[in-house]
Unconditional design. Structure first.
Length: 193
């Protein structure tokens, strides 16, 4: 991601956290890049875990922040960004975030704008599976709300977001949803399918 952003000519800064320098990957490669890198190795800081707010608070509130790492660190990063008022936060998780129930507790209807199909989604059913059973082609990979493959445009209705992909701002906008884990807060969704 860093190389891609640099290739596109974006201004990029990397903050790299690890327990120790010996446990950190890609150090030699990263040090050769023409990019500002802030290192934090716990064992060089008397074993202290980083205070993420201290590392993140200096930036413009409109920048885009990307984070990848273990779940506990991503949760801490997400909380720090929330407290600091950053809206454009992008997370790459390898394990789905615990968001409470992943099944929708009521029946609802989905209208597919392109085909005109109207599908009933029973309480507890996966929207992705309802679409697949109706023969609607939707990309998918993880089926746990962490990869983004099943992102689908929402034309009307209020999704019940259960994924670990979209930022708080994207979730609030309700323009897209991950149909593998998310459902509907109301009675009906209209999707761009
Ligand atoms: S299939 Fe991965 S987020 Fe839905």
């Amino acid at each position: 991601m860093l190389l891609r952003l640099l290739a596109l000519g974006n201004s990029v800064e990397l903050i790299y956290f690890a327990r120790s320098r010996t446990e950190a990957a890609y150090i030699n490669k990263l040090e050769k890049l023409n990019v500002k890198i802030t290192w934090h190795f716990d064992d060089e800081k008397a074993g202290s875990a980083p205070n993420l707010q201290d590392y993140l608070k200096w930036h413009d509130k409109n920048i885009h922040l990307y984070c990848c790492g273990p779940s506990a660190m991503i949760d801490a990063f997400e909380n720090a960004c929330l407290k600091l008022g950053y809206q454009n936060v992008h997370l790459e998780r390898f394990v789905a975030k615990k968001t409470g129930t992943t099944v929708v507790a009521h029946d609802y209807v989905v209208e597919l704008a392109k085909s005109g199909m109207i599908l009933d989604v029973p309480a507890g059913a996966s929207l992705l599976e309802v679409l697949e059973n109706a023969g609607v082609l939707v990309n998918s990979a993880c089926r746990e709300g962490i990869c983004g493959a099943c992102e689908t445009r929402v034309l009307a209705g209020e999704p019940d977001h259960k994924d670990s992909v979209l930022s708080p701002r994207q979730k609030a906008a309700n323009n897209v949803m991950m149909v593998c884990v998310s459902g509907c807060k109301g009675d009906k969704l209209v999707l761009d399918l």
